[in-house]
Ligand binder design. Structure first.
Ligand code: ATP
Length: 360
């Protein structure tokens, strides 16, 4: 068992005023893939380094597999790491690079050969074992770094932006590969990225960090569909969630959301907030776009049309605000044209405008 339990981790670097991590508590289950995601400087790497034992917390504790390791040096924590700068040795062949950790532990040669062979196969590196890193592509080098980390059979795998040196296509390919490999190994994994797409696709759960704190933690689609606040909704997803000021009205016994001088059906839960100002959050793909008016549709005007292949992304103006909405690829419309928008009230999220916390 290799669950990780982090309790109240506080770390302020000398010479800085604000904590890099500010009372973070998190649990990673045995065999789980947890992604730490958030904007630059939110404390992801610091948290990972505290799990690794490369940074000491000012207070709080780290447990791995039921053992308190807060004061244990990195090499005794039973973990493996992959970093952004994959740090493979240029003067060693792929085979020696992968074997490095095992050789350091004086593993018998036959055992090293067997495990290197297995890791190479898993990462599609078998035919490159006798090459030097300079003779490999970026993606292949990254795979060597991952092979080196998994070959030791560590209980915990820690990865810090391991794909950030790859171009967009390789990154996507390798992401899929990584998901397959880690899924197969079942190693408890903590993965740091600032890339929200990576977080959504890789994690069993994602923890969104902001200013050294956990803004939300949960399964990717739950966090994506029901962000706890405007920050999370804005950070996860491309395009970010749309936010609009609205007011809760009541008409004919039903709640309506008034947006500018128009209104649309409100989520049932807003029945308790008549007259309140709220912030409405809605994802681009949850807005239906029409070229004609109809019941419960909101009139808007197209500003920008961006085909993405699978869909058409429209930037529209509604009640003086810009919104990103998604139309089917066959939808024909030009800038300046009127459009009508419809949203299923169950797909709307509503927030208190004062502190951005969720109402629905
Ligand atoms: P990025 O995505 O840019 O790598 P991050 O979320 O991993 O960012 P950290 O590297 O953990 O963030 O940094 C958190 C905060 O701590 C930042 O404000 C950063 O400037 C600060 N910080 C990190 N390392 C040090 C250090 N060695 N000395 C002083 N301050 C540091």
């Amino acid at each position: 068992m290799a669950e990780i339990v982090l309790r109240n981790l506080v770390k302020t670097y000398p010479g800085t005023r604000t904590p890099a991590t500010d009372d973070i508590s998190l649990e990673v289950r045995d065999g789980e893939f947890l992604v730490l995601v958030g904007p630059s400087g939110c404390g992801k790497t610091t948290l990972l380094r505290m799990i690794a034992g490369l940074e000491a917390p000012d207070s709080g504790s780290v447990q791995i597999g039921g053992r308190d390791v807060t004061d244990l040096p990195a090499r005794l924590r039973g973990l493996s790491m992959v970093f952004q700068s994959y740090a493979i040795w240029p003067h060693m062949r792929v085979r020696q690079n992968i074997a490095f950790g095992l050789a350091m532990r004086k593993t018998p040669k036959a055992e090293i050969d067997r495990r290197v062979g297995e890791a190479a196969e898993l990462l599609h590196l078998s035919e490159y074992l006798d090459r030097y890193p300079a003779q490999l592509s970026g993606g292949q080098r990254q795979r060597v770094a991952v092979a080196r980390a998994i070959v030791t059979d560590a209980d915990v795998l820690l990865m810090d932006e391991p794909l950030s040196n790859l171009d967009a296509l390789l990154r996507m390919e390798f992401r899929t590969e990584l998901k397959r490999i880690v899924g197969k190994l079942g190693t408890t994994t903590v993965y740091v990225t600032h890339d929200q797409a990576e977080a959504l696709s890789l994690g069993d759960r994602v923890a969104v960090l902001r200013d050294g704190r956990v803004a939300q933690v949960g399964p990717p689609l739950e966090v994506y569909d029901s962000p706890a606040d405007e920050f999370v909704g804005g950070f996860l997803g491309a395009p970010p969630m749309n936010f609009l000021p609205a007011r809760v009205d009541r008409a004919d016994g039903r709640s309506r959301l008034r947006i500018g001088d128009q209104s649309t059906a409100a989520p049932v839960a807003l029945g308790d907030y008549p007259g309140d100002e709220v912030t409405v959050g809605v994802r681009a793909e949850n807005v239906e776009v029409f070229d004609a008016d109809g019941p419960d549709r909101l009139a808007a005007r197209v500003e920008v049309v961006e085909p993405t292949g699978a869909a058409i992304l429209l930037t529209v103006e509604l009640a003086g605000r810009q919104l990103k909405v998604q139309a089917p690829p066959t939808f024909r419309i030009g800038p300046g044209s009127p459009v009508w928008l419809a949203v299923d009230p169950d797909r709307l999220r509503c927030y208190h405008p004062a502190d951005s916390t969720a109402i629905t």
